[in-house]
Design a protein around this ligand. Structure first.
Ligand code: HXC
Length: 518
């Protein structure tokens, strides 16, 4: 096409002006901080030549106040648009820190709100690539209302389309709530941070010295606060992981996740599972080794790996179809349920339920973590979230009891009477109100106190308790579980249970919403 004619002059002038705007100088600024530019991030995320930018030429709002200055830039510091990721439609916005620190003015906010609404209408995931100093100070309340509109859109789309945030620089002030409202948060180690109030305010108000990284770096949020679900060492790896992650998810809540082809290398009958649990019931093992022998090869994508690590959550595949995995981890705190693992599990289960992902639970849990710290911090309230989430979920729910299933934890971890669809137990399962030591100490307190050889007597009673009570056969014979199975056939059993649940349909009573104990 010949663009030299008079009608095209304004068009081509604008094109060269915008190219100049995203000059190499700005790129160097980002690169010198170990960060990519917004365009580079977008190019990494989308399949080649599929991204279509919209609103590239909008300009910032005129300022009513005389304070500072607003740069007259095209795009107002954010790139928005849509394209294909692994061949599927995805919407995204990428904030451009080189323009007013990626700060959010009203026009910037309206661009984001526009594609949020489009993503919802088209039933497509939306990705936020965040690199921003937060609300644009010069634009005052207008920028705050811009944030409010973005939050409102996220909440309206919650449970309808997957919404994922990737923090690739600062996310400060109230601006952290936009990622916090989305389904999953990725962070880049050492170059991203999130906090409600920064180190300067912390110093002023509390006289505490803390660095950006120490206050709200990726490690802190992945290990301690649980705000970040996935962290990676650089931006390329973060975006690559995000693309892989998206491949497990459906585009929206009325679709099923995409099915990939399975290499068939995990046998339906797998004898390795027969001796994967140690003979000594108190010996730890890694539940991820068990999962790896059951799901499609290398298909586990763990979420919140570093937070509440006594519960493993993540997506995996069975015959190429996505499943959500929830598994107690005996290797960490003996797999006990505490506050962090309960909230982590509850949130993961709710995501799976919203997006038609069956939940497979691998259970080996001695109970809830006792102690003053946990009680005072609200283990009752937080443990109830896990209970609520399991019970409320209507997707197919299957449990495999590997070993310990004691007390309230047996009930919580998707027991049949809580709405679990299928419950299988391995012969190594121990299902009872409490563990042998605790039970013997309570039931035989007097006898043990009066015994000449209490150690020997306790040993005898513990053995008797294991033989008579803490095994899977009583639950099996009374129908509280469906079947004690040979561990070797676990994959086969799960697959046939999922097959049976293909058309599962649950009628939920009409109500505005339940009242989860938040
Ligand atoms: C306008 C901003 C800005 C902002 C940064 N800039 N944040 N402009 N509004 N919020 C501008 C800077 O003036 C600077 O412009 C350029 O962006 C780069 O910023 P630097 O400070 O030079 O970069 P750096 O040293 O890397 O520090 C980044 C930063 C810092 C830590 C993010 O800029 C900062 O503390 N910003 C303010 C963060 C904040 O408190 N935001 C408001 C939160 S309240 P020049 O022209 O010099 O290049 C909020 C309310 C949301 O967000 C409400 C929702 C409920």
């Amino acid at each position: 096409m010949d663009l030299s004619g008079k009608y095209y002059k304004a068009f081509t002038d604008r094109q060269s002006a915008i190219e100049k705007q995203y000059s190499t100088k700005q790129a160097e600024k980002q690169h010198s901080k170990g960060k990519l530019t917004a365009h580079e991030r977008i190019n990494l995320l989308f399949d080649k030549n599929t991204f279509e930018e919209i609103d590239a030429f909008v300009t910032p709002a005129d300022q009513p106040v005389e304070f500072g200055k607003v740069e007259r830039s095209y795009g107002d510091g954010v790139i928005v648009g849509h394209g294909k990721v692994n061949g599927r439609l995805v919407f995204a916005y990428a904030q451009d820190f080189t323009i007013m620190g990626g700060s959010l003015g009203i026009v910037h906010a309206k661009k984001i709100a526009k594609i949020q609404e489009m993503a919802l209408k088209m039933g497509s995931p939306i990705i936020a690539l965040i690199d921003s100093g937060g609300a644009r100070i010069q634009e005052g309340v207008a920028s705050l209302s811009g944030y409010a509109a973005i939050f409102q859109n996220i909440i309206h789309s919650s449970g309808i389309i997957p919404q994922i945030s990737v923090i690739m620089g600062p996310a400060a002030g109230g601006a952290v709530y936009s990622p916090a409202l989305t389904d999953f948060v990725f962070m880049v180690n050492h170059t991203s941070y999130m906090f409600v109030t920064g180190p300067n305010v912390v110093k002023e108000v509390l006289n505490e010295d803390v660095t950006l990284e120490g206050l709200g770096g990726a490690e802190v949020h992945a290990r301690k606060s649980g705000v970040a679900h996935m962290i990676y060492d650089d931006e390329e790896n973060t975006i690559l992981a995000l693309k892989k992650f998206l491949s497990y998810l459906p585009s929206n809540n009325v679709e099923n996740p995409p099915v990939v082809s399975d290499d068939g290398s995990i046998n339906e009958i797998n004898e390795k599972l027969r001796d994967i649990i140690p003979e000594d019931p108190n010996k730890a093992y890694d539940v991820k080794d068990v999962i790896a022998q059951i799901v499609d090869r290398n298909s586990l994508f763990e979420t919140s790996e570093l937070f509440g690590a006594n519960l493993v959550t993540g997506f995996a595949r069975l015959n190429g179809k996505t499943i959500g995995v929830v598994a107690n981890q005996p290797k960490v705190l003996a797999g006990v349920l505490d506050i962090d693992s309960s909230t982590k599990g509850a949130r993961f289960i709710r995501f799976c339920d919203a997006f038609n992902i069956p939940i497979i639970t691998f259970e080996d849990v001695p109970g809830f973590l006792p102690g003053v710290d946990q009680e005072h911090a609200g283990i009752i309230r937080h443990g109830a979230k896990l209970l609520f989430a399991y019970s409320e979920a209507t997707v197919p729910k299957i449990t495999i009891i590997l070993r310990k299933a004691y007390g309230g934890a047996f009930i919580v971890m998707n027991s049949k009477n809580l709405g679990g669809d299928f419950s299988f137990a391995w012969p190594s399962a121990e299902i009872a109100v409490m563990g042998p030591d605790g039970a013997v100490a309570i039931l035989y307190r007097k006898e043990l106190a009066e015994s000449k050889n209490p150690v020997e007597l306790k040993k005898e009673l513990v053995k008797k308790y294991r033989d008579k009570i803490a095994n899977p056969f009583i639950a099996d014979e009374s129908g509280y579980i469906d079947e004690v199975i040979d561990p070797a056939v676990t994959r086969k059993k799960i697959l046939s249970a999922l097959n049976a649940l293909n058309n599962k349909w649950v009628k939920v009573p009409a109500r505005k919403h339940g009242n989860m104990p938040l």
